[in-house]
Design a protein around this ligand. Sequence first.
Ligand code: SF4
Length: 214
Amino acid sequence: METPKNPTSVNHRIREGLSRVAMAIRADDWNRAKTSGLNPTQLAILELLEGRKDGLSVKEIAANLGVSQPTATDSIAALERKGFLDKRSAGSDKRGVNVGITPEGFSVLEAGRSSTGVAEQSVEALAEDEQEDLLITLVKLISHLQEIDAIPIQRMCASCRYFAPFAHSDAAKPHHCHFVDAAFGQRDIRIDCREHETADPSFRAATWNVFTQG
Ligand code: SF4
């Protein structure tokens, strides 16, 4: 049994903490989905497809959401019936079929964003430097999950071919985004950027070294 003299490992306790935060996020997702007449999986699919003009395949959607392909297929079919998704060709692969978000799907997504959930409210209660530290820690956790193939590559700056970490001496805006050709700060690091383009593995590794060593 855990006592003050005999705590469980810090790894275990951090996981317990993340699990409690995840509970609040799930409750927020249920509330937002209900407002939009969707379930949380359907809402997550619309969020995943936002800004991806070529859409994604069912297999990619299932992998990104961590659900089975039959579950993803059922939710996609329901969203298509509502007119929130449509089928489109898979980029350069003319034989492949992807699923993409329609303007109606985008509208329902925007309408559900009118209120701030309890998870975001708890982040707002942190000091600015605490928010920044948390953001960078999350980027590191997500990067590790990507590297061990536990999750697909996310649209984060750290894996983007436009990212130049610590390219500037300005401590407030040390990073550079070559997509918009502008400097930006640590707290502007993106977790899910629409303009993200995945860098090749050697570029990612070099960028990551610079980013983490500051
Ligand atoms: S395009 Fe987006 S993900 Fe890439 S460096 Fe710029 S802000 Fe970051």
